[in-house]
Design a protein around this ligand. Sequence first.
Ligand SMILES: Cc1cc2nc3c(=O)[nH]c(=O)nc-3n(C[C@H](O)[C@H](O)[C@H](O)COP(=O)(O)OP(=O)(O)OC[C@H]3O[C@@H](n4cnc5c(N)ncnc54)[C@H](O)[C@@H]3O)c2cc1C
Length: 501
Amino acid sequence: MAIQPKSYDVCIAGFGPVGAVLAALLGAQGRSVVVLERDQGPFPLPRAAHIDGETMRTFQALGIVEDVEPHVRPAPAYQFVSANADILIDVPAGEVGADGWFTHYMIYQPGIEKALRQRCAALPNVELRLGSRLSGLMDDGDGVTVTYNGPGGAEESLHAALLVGCDGASSLVRSLVNIELDDYGFDEPWLVLDVAVDDDSRVPAQCYQYCDPRRPVTYTPMGPGRNRWEFMILPHETPEAMMEEAAVARLLAPWGGLDGLHVERRAVYHFHGLIAREWRRGRVLLAGDSAHQMPPFAGQGMCSGIRDAANLAWKIAAALNGGPFDILLESYEQERAPHARGIVEMAIAAGRAVCTLDFDAARARDERARQDRLNGVAPPALQLPPLGKSPLLGSGHSAGQHFPQFIGPDGSRLDDVLGQGPWLIEHRGTGEPKVCVGQIGIDHPALAPFADDLSAWFDQNRASGAVLVRPDRVIFDTGTPGALWSAWTERVESPARHEVS
Ligand SMILES: Cc1cc2nc3c(=O)[nH]c(=O)nc-3n(C[C@H](O)[C@H](O)[C@H](O)COP(=O)(O)OP(=O)(O)OC[C@H]3O[C@@H](n4cnc5c(N)ncnc54)[C@H](O)[C@@H]3O)c2cc1C
């Protein structure tokens, strides 16, 4: 008798930051998860240096903020300067924003990945198979049989109700299900250096984008004691030559050369703008860099992938709990693809402005920026596009927005008090009977530290009855508690419930 392969709810291919967040979110919801990762350790080359407050909020939901904090610092001011050192754009240091965290942080990605990996390792229903390379898949309509080569090289297989390809830019999962990429035609080679600095006082304390057509350069402090330089490789240069020690020393000469600067990791990347034409094929889904890649000028590649994971995790859990399978899973691409596409386009627009090598074009760009500053035009804030429409979002004007995380006078945070969600927060005085276990009035003692902020939110949003917030902290809709709850249950059937006592 043939031995049946072991079966799981979800197989995740790839244990980068996106696969790890998805595994941790699903594992926390009690789903059985297996993660296949071809390498033993995290990716060794320099990558993300920035995350936003929404990402920190997801880390909070995972319970890893304490482990992440040593590797992040609130983002300092960010200036774009011309070849003549004129300030073109001056973005002030971030403040605490609507997610209850600073709007921007500089990070050391390996520290973050370590915290994520530890979280997954602590979850009994998440099985990590490191050194295991996915090699094939077969979707039989009820699930996916996945083949992979384990650490010894032998071919093995497993079965999962769903497979999520979090296997990065060169995703094999994406190729195996024949999903093509739309290419924005952006392709710029940059040398990226991660540098440990002996003495922080000898390097700038804020972020700079040097918009010099002789060589565009990005400089950012990352986590404490670590800094990032990125140098555009010019058309007459080769990546190999630019990786050499002498070239690196020459490039770092304006900051005092290699003395006291220790280049820990170096890599040449071609910055691209690509997006998958489909994010789901049957029982196979894509998330993170396998679904979208963008140049790092907006610092949003990993943030976008983590947003994918937050959007997808609760939908997978609801679908596997007997919810309307196709509606739930299709809503993932419906909501996330337009959002990611908007960010890819924004990052490319920033990249085209920064990567200008033509002197006349650079002068014209600088003059426009100078005029904007003189006329008091505010620097462009990172405006994230809205989520796309889906049946998992209502029609009210705040549906699809992130519900704010208020911080009480005692430092308590709304998400910690309310837990996973969904939440049905009722405005004081609606007098509706309680319709679900997750329903809570803003006069409930647990919400006392946030009552004023919540009240103000209801007033500003002209939301008189209640607001229903999904587990990914996105507003489903506002309305009367009864109508909201029946609309929600109709669409997800058996959502996770949470009661605050
Ligand atoms: C220079 C640079 C700067 C950046 N800066 C930022 C920034 O400031 N902010 C930001 O948000 N983003 C930034 N990014 C983007 C960010 O690093 C990526 O978006 C993010 O790492 C993608 O995560 P992921 O988990 O989707 O993919 P990856 O991190 O690529 O992980 C994919 C994983 O899948 C594994 N894998 C691949 N194939 C298989 C297989 N067949 N079987 C099993 N495992 C497999 C790989 O080994 C890898 O571990 C930057 C990127 C670069 C290059």
